[in-house]
Write a protein that binds this ligand. Structure first.
Ligand code: SF4
Length: 92
């Protein structure tokens, strides 16, 4: 019998977002929607050139929905999303 495995974090030494995490964050409390969209557009462009995007997508797909808000693996999650948002208050 095999133990369940935790999602594997993409190799940070190869992640294109290193040092640019502020682009990927959820909206700030007073941040204008258009600024979030501009920031997230830049984040999506970073992801497009990331060598570990497939691993990142697998990792995000395994995370509890409440932890997924912002840009991950080239996808926007949250109120300015282009993908159905995951529940932000998922029950444990
Ligand atoms: S796909 Fe995007 S969020 Fe994921 S590691 Fe690469 S740059 Fe970062």
């Amino acid at each position: 019998m095999t133990e369940p495995t935790s999602p594997r974090i993409p190799d940070p030494s190869r992640a294109a977002c290193v040092g640019q995490w502020q682009l990927f964050d959820p909206p700030g409390e007073d941040e204008l929607r258009k600024h979030v969209q501009e920031r997230w557009n830049r984040a999506v462009a970073v992801c497009a050139g990331c060598p570990v995007i497939d691993q990142c997508r697998e990792y995000v797909d395994e995370l509890p929905g409440r932890l997924v808000y912002g840009v991950f693996a080239g996808t926007r999650y949250g109120h300015t999303t282009n993908k159905a948002p995951r529940p932000l208050e998922a029950s444990a």
